[in-house]
Design a protein. Sequence first.
Length: 347
Amino acid sequence: MRALFLTLMFAATVLPRQSGPASLTFSGTRGPGAGKHLVLLSGDEEYRSEEWMPMLAKILSVRHGFTTSVLFALDQDGTINPNNEAALSDPGLIDRADLIVMGLRFRHWSDETMARFERKLQAGTPIVALRTSTHAFNGFPAESPWARWNYNNKGGFGTEVLGETWVNHWGRHKVEATRGSIEPSARPHPVLRGVSAIFGNTDVYEAYPVADAEILVRGLVLQSLAADAPPASYQKARSSDKQIQDINTPAMPIVWTRMHRNANGTVNRTLTSTIGSATDFADEGVRRLIVNAVYWGLTLNVPANADVRVVDPYEPSFYGFDAFRKGLRPADFAMGHAPAGPAVPPR
């Protein structure tokens, strides 16, 4: 009996704990989004999409009536690990997506999961892609049917679908924050409805969207991470042609839309935002921008001033590689639950 007891104790200590759901689904019932299913794909090593996506999904469900599902990169024990680039929980939920929100970086999912994603793309499903989603996929071998989506294949998914891929940091990383400046010609665009101020403590990405993209917001590089910091002013060489320009003249695009036409003739309404870390989503303007983008992607009437109040407490982690909260599971972000701290740096 003693040997059996010790054996059971050892097993309880070392065996993976499989408990709780592998993904989250919040059922919307009432509101403009009722009857629409949004699927949010998290999986980036740096900007904590595993934290901001559940928060956003709750807002879209509770405040707007959408049914939302959040999928995660998980280890075999069911814990969230954004560094597991091959993992995506419950990929069958992709089949239900009326719109897909992406917070991805350098993923190389299984053939089955990629086939599901490809089918939705070819069906014309709208895409809202944030931050590192410009370089969402990489690591597929050359013989893979998905190799064309690799970032190192001429920009891959970002270039072909979104109209731009990863180029470089334009502002100084973790030193200079971003203030959104609405493009004057885009002011009437529905995505900008009710959006007056945009701030994120991530830096501006260097980006040159293709000619058929519509630029909605440009990002002013600030002198520090403070929201009230003045714009920076210094010279920098562009990666595209090595020409020297003032850092904010013109300011780099940080939000744009594009109609991507697939080979079969279907069209994806896409919105790309290079602002979009978990800490950026502490800003009401960023949250409203992305909620509006969902309405726009689905051709629904965008509210005059969308309700973007958080549903559960939101204390996002600061961005950084391997800075994710270890040991968390999807259930830790379920309705009525939210991990406490570390809080967003004060600003």
